[in-house]
Design a protein around this ligand. Sequence first.
Ligand code: ADP
Ligand code: MG
Length: 483
Amino acid sequence: MSTISNEKYEAVIGLEVHAQLLTESKAFAPVSSQYGGAPNTQVTPLCLGHPGTLPVLNENLVRYIIKMGLATGCSIAEKSIFARKNYFYPDLPKGYQISQYDTPICYGGKIEIELEEYNKTIGITRIHMEEDAGKSIHDQDPYHTLVDLNRAGTPLIEIVSEPDIRTASEAYHYLSKIKQIVQYLGICDGNMEEGSLRCDANVSIRPRGREKFGTRTELKNMNSFRNVERAINFEIERQIELVESGGEVVQQTLLWDPNKLETRQMRSKEEAHDYRYFPEPDLPPVVVTDELLDDIKKELPELPSVRYKRFIKELGLSEDDSYILTETRAMADFYEEALTHLNEPKAVANLVLTEVLRVLNEQSISIEAFSIQPKPLTELIQLKLDDKISSSAMQQIFNEMLKSDKSASDLAKEMNLLQVSDTGFLDPIVDEVIASNPDEVERYKGGKKQLIGFFIGQVMQRSKGKANPKMVRELILTRLDEQ
Ligand code: ADP
Ligand code: MG
């Protein structure tokens, strides 16, 4: 992917990422927050902003955000408060969102990203809790805007990065890492296309070597990883051109247009919000006790970076293989479940990284939807390790297993792919091959030892591929040395 490299300027980028949490109910009301219900069926008087209703904090919101904070090395505030962020919009009947302002629950963390050429640490300024607004629907009715309040009050966390990011590619990797972590933690499904992960990018440029930051613009509406990268590159280039032609960057919010592949102005600083934040009077402060913290620490899964290192150190995998196998928690779980049935880390990794990944790519599915379970898969690998089948037979049986419930060994028999190690069957073939190739035998004895491959090939051919090549090799070697 293209990265703008400009010798004169350097970009400074900070991301604000919203993750929608997988809690069952809303942030402050006992009603489902699941996506996809008929419009306005998941609302309470509180979601509608009726006077006299009071919010009650969903404890899982606190637990989930603390998990994210711990996973990113943040400090967890013993006491933090909610604040009202006030603005008017039709999909916000209360007239404010409950959020956190100057006391976020998590602060001062970091996320490590690995690019091809280098690794880098991106600082996390803060992670705070907030609720989502409803949804305005503009395209269903030509005369009216419709409002669906199912989403109003859905719990979100906002992860704000330090302005440590320098290229669109770093932003892409940072965002991928966040997706990976929230998925490992099981707190968000990480789906950008469906909006459960959303990203705003703050972008500025400065002459290389200068410390002071330039004026930033804020990019919104990028609903895929690729668009985040494209939009940032577009914006860096736009700002450089602007400054080079004598202009000045104006602080403003820009919307990415995924069809035109360009940004356009949304609102300028003059109209920028004054949200009139003030402490939420209807909710008590959030107090995090040591007990709660210990309890959540116990629930934390092994994080992707730790698992990645363990696969290399304890299982002897290469960095690349470990990277792919730990990319999603589901994939790493699948692999490790297979190892409980067959403790051969490399052989199992090989099959998963070739055949299984090929099928996942071809069918555009994730490992959860893969049709072969880890155990039957290891039975297939076992056949190969025992030399009962050849590599190509393993592939053929694998392809058959995708469509059938039969075991690997049943299929090997049915498909006539079991290798023969029986000397009663192999001896006469070996004799035949040696007898009919006297010249090669002479040359072999004269020192051309690589001809062993030729003899094995001949036997394999005559046995129609059914001979066990290791066995054949031994038989030929003893026969040639006897003569
Ligand atoms: P706001 O609340 O107005 O969005 P913040 O100070 O919270 O502003 O910053 C939001 C994001 O913008 C953070 O991720 C921060 O790292 C980033 N940021 C701040 N200044 C700059 C800048 N000059 N260039 C690029 N990003 C910046
Ligand atoms: Mg902002």
